[in-house]
Design a protein around this ligand. Structure first.
Ligand SMILES: Nc1ncnc2c1ncn2[C@@H]1O[C@H](COP(=O)(O)OP(=O)(O)OP(=O)(O)O)[C@@H](O)[C@H]1O
Length: 304
């Protein structure tokens, strides 16, 4: 059984507003799946439904193939970090984890030392939580998720607010958990370039709808190129592009520049379309497109 999380037509409505539209999603074993969406896209709402903190309005959730009343056992195989856990500021990492170990019924006391080692906090045992850096606090949050030895982690914005070093540490940690401990990971963020170095799959969420779902390989191919044009009549060129390609994704930049994010393989035809219609093309080249630009193209549509 390869699917760890599966949702069927899952929805959530708050006060007559559908925040999550019927959502079908599968997380497969071994993946590091990035859920990418702007603030308010519905990432936390989706994660809270997976964790059982929010009831879906309609639809179904399966964890490890189990749903409904049987889901409880599967939930024990999951580690959720949806909001920063409420650690005691004056407690050390060990004292904080000991509190949660007892609360959660994890019998083996030595597990605390193991998880602190995994997240590289074992040598900080005497420091109190309030003296931790943001990165250390996040890693302690992940340690807490790991206490019950889960097979899957669901992490909401674990690198939010971290500096470059903190981000790198979390990335190293998540890669280690995935590769060495075979933990499947679903992680959300809006720091897209960071996820490009971490995830094996990218799911884009906009207003509660999955607008794209790409493997790392496809994303890398897409991010290789975009068309970069300099033309004399930008408005006419834009009109021709829209007439020629209904789904065209482009941006108009200052200095008569247009970048086109899709139909990149048809660059020759696009050039011909413009020239044949008497648009003077001063520059035509392919250039690299980064994930951030691709994402903005998807979630904002054309900037006209
Ligand atoms: N309990 C609630 N009652 C009413 N509206 C809510 C509730 N929780 C979330 N929302 C709304 O649902 C939408 C999605 O919120 P959500 O927190 O899931 O987005 P998000 O993608 O996680 O964004 P962020 O990164 O800002 O947390 C927002 O418009 C938010 O205001």
């Amino acid at each position: 059984m390869d699917s760890i999380i599966q949702t069927y037509q899952l929805t959530k409505t708050f006060k007559n507003e559908e925040i999550i539209e019927p959502l079908d999603f599968t997380l497969r074993k071994g993946e590091i799946c990035a859920l990418i969406g702007k603030n308010g896209a519905g990432k936390s709402t989706f994660f809270k439904m997976l964790a059982g903190q929010l009831m879906p309005t309609t639809g179904d959730i399966q964890l490890f193939g189990k749903s409904g009343k049987k889901i409880g056992k599967s939930k024990k195989r999951m580690g959720f970090m949806i909001e920063t856990p409420e650690f005691f500021p004056d407690f050390t990492a060990t004292q904080n984890l000991e509190y949660f170990r007892i609360q959660r019924g994890v019998t083996e006391k030595k597990r605390i030392y193991e998880v602190l080692q995994i997240v590289d906090l074992a040598n900080q045992k005497k420091k109190r939580f309030k003296d931790y850096s943001m990165g250390m606090k996040q890693r302690l949050g992940i340690a807490l998720c790991l206490l019950s030895s889960p097979d899957c982690l669901v992490l909401d914005e674990p690198i939010n607010g971290l500096d470059a070093e903190g981000i790198m540490e979390i990335r190293k940690l998540l890669l280690k958990l995935n590769q060495e401990k075979q933990i499947t990971i679903l992680v959300s963020s809006h720091i897209l370039t960071e996820l490009q170095l971490l995830a094996t799959r990218f799911v884009f969420l906009k207003n509660g709808v999955i607008v794209d779902d790409l493997s790392k390989q496809t994303l890398d191919e897409k991010s290789k190129k975009q068309i970069h044009l300099k033309v004399d009549d930008v408005a006419k060129a834009a009109r021709l592009l829209e007439q020629g390609y209904a789904d065209i994704q482009y941006k108009i930049l200052p200095d008569h520049l247009i970048t086109i994010q899709n139909h990149v393989e048809e660059g020759g035809e696009i050039n011909r379309l413009l020239i044949d219609n008497e648009v003077f093309v001063m520059e035509f080249r392919m250039e690299a497109l980064n994930l951030e630009e691709y994402f903005l193209g998807l979630v904002e549509g054309n900037e006209k």
